[in-house]
Design a protein around this ligand. Structure first.
Ligand code: 6R9
Length: 660
């Protein structure tokens, strides 16, 4: 365990505030204490029952779990179903078509609501439009959109025809989009002219054009949503307006019933190497666990709740808790296009008050930002509709947790700290709001049907009161089925550290009651504002710049974003000569920041760039990021005995007088 983990651990375990669920909440809660014992008695049978209760199958399954091909699980494999039918059509067929599905808030203040019946028509038209441009069952479709209703419709339309969506976050660069399109061999891209961000129209289509100019030969068509109305370049024969295609398409479409193990989506996430991993999720198991967790962790009452998850569909949280989980349960939900401070810092709370939001799910980084802005901002709005708050994406520090409950939740609402990953597909560890006495800062207990533990180096469960590695010891329905096109990497990445056991990459601790406290990643993956980024990915981007000879990137603690990117770079000698002559050294940081933004996206942009003459390396040539983290966090540098040359740290320390 590294230095900062052990420090934060002491802070965390000094946290002794307790929040038992209110009796009124317990009395109406969806999940009670009996659920855990039922699930523990027969895990597969528990999930089979959830799959039957929560989903509609065109062919009921008779097999529950097949683990004979481990680590690739097959759940409910002989059943057939359609994800979009389950998320939309069946609610209409059951007479609930008039219920509002989506309440859209555009950043400029425009809005739109869609009922389930209206959504059924729109997804049917979109499915027909996809068929019209030649997309077929099993094909991959890249989606590169702002947070608008069409993003939800596009994903569901793919699922409706059995095509596999690969959503690429709209904040990612053309280069990131190109590599994802090529890895998945996508046949079509769905994008928009642009989206509204921080008060202006941010273009998206040019990035698609650039991505396809530099590769992406598999793409035959680009569907373009008109959102901002800005000018777009047009490639005749390839580009098609979304609204025109939908207008011409029939509003009737029969959902394609697929096998439970049919791929539903690929979502790329950062690993420890430079190449992002295409995490593959399939249909039946994924839908079962997203529906189950959404219903029980958020205690959803579909008739009365107004749910809002602030995540973008570009992240897994947007997949599982904007699109699939809520819609499978027939929820009414808000989606918001823009930033929390546009036009002012009260925007989120204005939305909560305006729509009477009852359940809010967001990330610690957003909560800490609101704390910084001051409690008088939310204090200006009526937030009394809220009855449950959720957190996801990174460890939530107890101060942020208690602030969230007190200021946003009026000292009344349960707070659920939900631990999960792109790979797990759905929530794995979280309090149950009507059962668990909450501890600020702890995700606490594996959900019913989930087997998680904290183990030592030898895979032995640690004693209560000790720390180690968080692992999942039994297969779960929404587990990833692999890394797209790379089964070996799947086995190596998740199943080799502790053979036969899924290792998530997180450090954790069990307290005296056996509750789990997450301590952050133990690998070279950073968590910036709840978004995963790999040090290697940013390093390889930096060294791709002609100015840079070598680079090392670390995630340093940051009070707002959790971690921030700090880059140590060694410049090429030729460049240094040039700087000396022209005195342009100050531009180094700006140039490299712009370069990383272009290559990966703004979230990967280093907060700090330090120009150094050496990097600390072990004798085997591995960069010792631990030491660089000490420097980046202004700590006394730790043990340097494994360095090939221990004087390097002195060189770095002296060079730090002028951080750029
Ligand atoms: C859903 C999501 C996964 C990584 C994960 C962990 C961190 C997520 C957390 C949490 C502590 C929580 N993480 N939720 N850490 N407490 N409640 O965020 O997926 O983007 O794949 O990130 O995020 O480190 O390993 P993803």
């Amino acid at each position: 365990m590294n230095h900062e983990s052990s420090t934060s651990l002491e802070n965390l375990l000094a946290e002794d505030r307790r929040f038992p669920p209110a009796p009124e909440f317990v009395a109406q809660a969806n999940a009670g204490p009996e659920m855990s014992s039922w699930a523990a008695a027969d895990r597969p049978a528990f999930w089979a029952e959830q799959a039957r209760q929560l989903l509609t199958w065109s062919t009921p399954f008779t097999e529950t779990l097949d683990w004979s091909g481990a680590p690739v699980a097959r759940w409910f494999a002989d059943g057939r179903l359609n994800a979009c039918y389950n998320a939309v059509d069946r609610h209409v067929e059951a007479g609930r078509g008039d219920r509002t599905a989506l309440i859209f808030e555009g950043e400029p203040g425009d809005g739109r609501t869609l009922t389930y019946a209206e959504l059924q028509i729109e997804v049917s038209r979109a499915a027909n439009a996809l068929l019209e441009i030649g997309v077929r069952t099993g094909d991959r479709v890249a989606i590169y959109l702002p947070m608008i209703t069409e993003a939800v419709v596009a994903m569901l339309a793919c699922a409706r025809i059995g095509a596999v969506h690969s959503v690429v976050f709209g904040g990612f660069s053309a280069e990131a989009l190109r590599s994802r399109i090529e890895d998945a061999q996508a046949v079509a891209v769905i994008t928009a002219d642009g989206g509204h961000r921080r008060g202006s129209a941010a273009a998206l289509k040019p990035a698609v054009d650039e991505a396809l100019a530099g590769g992406g030969a598999s793409v035959r068509h680009v569907l373009v949503v008109r959102r901002t109305g800005q000018e777009v370049a047009w490639t005749e024969g390839r580009d098609v307006w979304w609204h025109e295609a939908l207008e011409q398409a029939s509003e009737r479409h029969e959902p394609v019933q697929v096998e439970a193990e049919h791929p539903l989506f690929i979502l790329y996430t950062s690993g420890t190497t430079g190449k992002p991993k295409g995490i593959l999720h399939t249909t039946g198991g994924y839908l079962t666990q997203t529906a189950f967790t959404h219903l029980n962790v958020f205690d959803l009452k579909p008739e009365t709740d107004v749910y809002w998850c602030t995540a973008d569909v570009g992240w897994v949280t947007g997949h599982s808790y904007v699109v699939y989980g809520p819609m499978l349960n027939g929820a009414t939900q808000v989606i918001y296009e823009g930033t929390p401070d546009t036009p002012d810092k009260g925007r989120w709370w204005e939305i909560v008050a305006k729509h009477g939001v009852t359940i809010l799910y967001t990330a610690p980084t957003a909560i800490r930002t609101c704390m910084k802005w001051g409690e008088d901002v939310p204090g200006r709005y009526d937030l009394s509709s809220l009855r449950l708050l959720g957190s996801v994406g990174e460890p939530i520090n107890p101060e942020a947790w208690t602030w969230y409950r007190r200021v946003i939740g009026g000292d009344r609402t349960p707070v659920v700290d939900t631990w999960w990953q792109t790979e797990t597909g759905a929530i794995m560890i979280s309090p149950l709001p009507g059962v668990t006495t909450a501890k600020p800062g702890s995700a606490q207990t594996p959900l019913p049907g989930i087997a998680a533990d904290v183990v030592d180096e030898e895979a032995h469960p640690v004693e209560n009161g000790s720390g180690g590695y968080l692992v999942i010891t039994e297969p779960w329905p929404s587990m990833l089925r692999g890394i797209w096109g790379d089964p070996q990497r799947f086995a190596d990445t998740y199943w080799s550290r502790f053979p036969g056991i899924y290792f998530a990459g997180d450090g954790a601790k069990k307290d005296e009651d056996g509750d789990i406290w997450l301590l952050g990643r133990v690998d070279d993956v950073m968590n910036i504002s709840g978004h995963r980024l790999s040090t290697a990915e940013i390093e390889s981007s930096l060294v791709a710049h002609p100015m840079v000879a070598e680079a090392a990137v670390v995630g340093a603690s940051d009070t707002t974003t959790g971690q921030a990117v700090v880059a140590f770079v060694i410049l090429r000698a030729e460049y240094l000569d040039q700087v000396d002559q022209e005195g342009e050294g100050a531009d180094v940081a700006a140039t490299l920041r712009a370069h990383v933004t272009k290559q990966i996206g703004p979230i990967a942009k280093p907060r700090t760039i330090l120009v150094v003459t050496e990097l600390p390396k072990t004798r085997s040539g591995k960069i010792m990021r631990r030491l660089l983290r000490d420097v980046a966090e202004h700590r006394k540098v730790g043990d340097v005995t494994t360095l090939a040359d221990s004087s390097v740290m002195d060189l770095i320390a002296t060079g730090l007088d002028k951080p750029t």
